[in-house]
Design a protein. Structure first.
Length: 263
């Protein structure tokens, strides 16, 4: 009887280990599939992810090769490209209604700011996400680099799983500024560090779509601020264009970014 009990216990442990390992392998595939399936629905552009690796034991993970494409009509290869990002979550929260992510750290993303002087690719993606998630509810003014958090998605039933992200950091990024009509002239400027905290910290949490909206708002805001000077410089430096065209382009570029300045 004792031997039978010991053997049964060993068999149970082995089954649990196999189950955990299988779940871990499946989790990576589920996350990758989810990003590539629902990302395009929310952003209305292509979203590709090379790989995801999340440890159920430590809660640490890595995301590699995330590429967000451009809306129709834009010519540059992508809007946002992330070579690698790391995350840390509470493993126990994977079984709860709200997954708690302690940190997400995005290192050295490449961002393409392609503008037609009246519109740009990032703003269009932001509008697409806004359309998918619905408007934010009124709230207190946010701190710098801390966009307003959406409260819900009108017309949709309450999702069963939400997120909480304690800290979302983007650093070491580079912005590639490209203006249509200036014969391929481009410039690069650094993206200032972006730090967002306490996303979805309330009892309701935040959906992946709402998280995308908040992060994209911060990226668009800081990119437009940083790209303004580079875009104006491109207009002035387009020596291959006629002087009249350059003058009009430079004037239009300056006016475009002056409108974005806050009082």
């Amino acid at each position: 009887m004792k031997k039978f009990f010991v053997r049964s216990l060993i068999a149970l442990v082995v089954l649990l280990v196999v189950a955990v390992l299988t779940l871990g392998l499946s989790l990576d595939k589920i996350i990758k599939r989810g990003v590539e399936k629902f990302g395009p629905v929310v952003t209305q552009v292509s979203v590709k992810l090379a790989s995801v690796n999340v440890s159920l034991f430590s809660g640490s993970g890595k995301v590699k090769g995330l590429v967000i494409g451009n809306p129709p009509g834009y010519q540059t290869p992508f809007a946002i490209s992330v070579g690698q990002a790391s995350l840390a979550l509470k493993p126990g929260s994977l079984l709860s209604d709200k997954i708690i992510i302690k940190s997400i750290n995005v290192q050295a993303p490449e961002i393409t700011f392609e503008t037609t002087l009246t519109a740009n690719n990032l703003k269009q993606i932001e509008a697409n996400v806004q359309q998918s998630t619905g408007p934010s509810q009124p709230s207190q003014p946010s701190q710098p680099n801390q966009p307003e958090q959406p409260r819900g998605v009108p017309g949709q039933t309450k999702p069963s799983r939400k997120l909480q992200v304690d800290e979302f950091v983007i650093e070491g990024g580079k912005i590639h500024v490209s203006i249509k009509g200036l014969q391929g002239h481009e410039a690069s400027v650094p993206l200032p560090p972006i730090i967002l905290t306490n996303l979805g910290a309330g009892p309701e949490g935040i959906t992946p779509a709402e998280l995308t909206k908040v992060v994209l708002q911060a990226i668009v805001h800081d990119t437009e601020q940083a790209a303004g000077g580079a875009a104006t410089g491109l207009g002035k430096g387009a020596i291959n264009l006629g002087s009249n065209t350059v003058g009009k382009a430079t004037s239009a570029i300056g006016g475009l970014f002056k409108k974005k300045e806050t009082p």
